[in-house]
Ligand binder design. Structure first.
Ligand SMILES: Cc1cc2nc3c(=O)[nH]c(=O)nc-3n(C[C@H](O)[C@H](O)[C@H](O)COP(=O)(O)OP(=O)(O)OC[C@H]3O[C@@H](n4cnc5c(N)ncnc54)[C@H](O)[C@@H]3O)c2cc1C
Length: 382
């Protein structure tokens, strides 16, 4: 089934051109700098790449999920996972909380800047002591007469250093069922008490900055609460489906590029009097990987189809995330292997791919957590 219509393909051509002309020539410099220039967000905002699904009323394009998938697939081919990651955190992994749960006032206040790329978004969920166990977050938000007082530490936050708007989860209730104790807030950079305590060094994804944030008596008003008080766990569980799907989409797209790079290399590198692509042991591995990527792609599109129709898709998205990110890592291992010594050299694109995409079996919910969710759906809910 073809999910993409003519307008999606036209959009794809636009983004592809932008990626080739404006991003690819610069990624090595951005990787060295450990961040992408803010101007990239502004450029992308001007071209309408950052407000794909937002309402036209707030400057968005009012388009569908498939358009966002096109953006992610094309961004993933810029040859630096961190660039795509940073942009997709802004467009799909944080700001949709506003369009899905925000009040009209919140949308008017924040969405135009997000769409124009003048403010960059970050999602601040993970904490030094709590990652996978979402109900156990320790950051607190205490209610008083003038709003909320937030205290705690968040870590591994993408766009954390130069982000402007942080979507933060915090404990707002210490009693009752554990799943009814969290809420979500939007916190603006510059709010007194919010500091970037560390910029973190990573294995890959260098061009996306990653930070630890400290919230010390950070005061926000009741207008900064997103969605319903104490419903944060459920809001996160629902919102994370988009994040997980997009990580799967990025993984398959970048892995396909790495496999194509490998095919080109196998076709030109000669050993023992013939090109590597004539060796059956290598040919069969390429066949296996290509099959896995095609299966992953179809699984992703099938999950996306459910998500776009607003259907329950937790099992399908978890399967897509699990399979796609692990398949991408199998491609990463083999792509390096196919390139021999060159595969281990910084100058070879698959080397960066193998470091960057190692992340995706960890971030946005680990493979173990995906297996937990899938097995729960299959074994406990039937
Ligand atoms: C580069 C990078 C960028 C990130 N960006 C963001 C971001 O923008 N915003 C954000 O909020 N977070 C972000 N994260 C955090 C990421 O989502 C977490 O690292 C991830 O959810 C795992 O949490 P953890 O690291 O605390 O691992 P833990 O939860 O401590 O788990 C450690 C290991 O134990 C396994 N494990 C845990 N519990 C179980 C269990 N019950 N059964 C079996 N195995 C289990 C896990 O699968 C994992 O392998 C980022 C992380 C990285 C590395």
């Amino acid at each position: 089934m073809d999910f993409f219509r003519e307008e999606h393909e036209l959009f794809r051509q636009n983004i592809r051109r932008f990626v080739q002309e404006e991003i690819v020539p610069n990624v090595d410099e951005w990787e060295t700098n450990g961040e992408i220039p803010r101007n990239l967000f502004r450029q992308m905002g001007e071209l309408g790449f950052l407000g794909i699904e937002f309402d036209t009323e707030y400057g968005g394009s009012g388009a569908d999920l498939w358009m966002s998938i096109v953006l992610a697939e094309e961004m993933a081919m810029c040859r630096a996972g961190g660039v795509a990651f940073s942009v997709v955190v802004h467009t799909d992994m944080s700001s949709p909380w506003l369009s899905n749960l925000g009040t009209t006032q919140q949308k008017k206040r924040f969405i135009p800047d997000i769409v124009q790329g003048t403010k960059v978004c970050a999602l601040a969920i993970t904490e030094p002591n709590v990652g996978s166990d979402m109900a156990a977050y320790q950051t607190t938000a205490q209610k008083d007469d003038s709003g909320w007082l937030i205290n705690g530490t968040k870590t591994f936050i993408t766009n954390g250093v130069y982000g402007d708007l942080y979507f933060v989860s915090a404990r707002t209730n210490n009693t009752g069922p554990i799943h009814k104790q969290l809420s979500q807030f939007i916190v603006e950079k510059g709010t007194p008490g919010l500091t970037v305590s560390r910029k973190l060094d990573k294995t890959g994804m260098w061009s996306s900055d990653t930070a630890e944030l400290v919230f010390q008596d950070v005061r926000v008003t009741s207008d900064n609460l997103i969605g319903e008080e104490n419903k944060g766990f459920y809001q996160l569980a629902a919102g994370l489906q988009r994040e997980r799907l997009l990580s799967a989409i990025l993984s398959v797209s970048a892995a396909s590029q790495a496999l194509n790079d490998s095919v080109r290399y196998l076709n030109q590198r000669e050993t023992f009097g013939d090109v590597l692509s004539k060796r059956q042991s290598l040919r069969h591995r390429v066949a296996n990987l290509a099959t896995e990527l095609e299966a992953a792609r179809q699984l992703n599109y099938s999950a996306a189809s459910k998500l776009s129709l607003g259907k329950d898709c937790i099992k399908e998205v978890s399967m897509a995330k699990l399979f796609s990110t692990e398949a991408a890592n199998r491609v990463a291992y083999e792509a390096v292997q196919f390139h021999g010594g060159y595969g281990y050299m910084r100058e070879t694109p698959v080397e960066r791919f193998s470091r960057d995409y190692r992340l995706w079996t960890i971030a946005a919910g680990t493979s173990e957590m995906m297996r937990e969710i899938i097995s729960k759906k299959i074994l406990d809910e039937n």
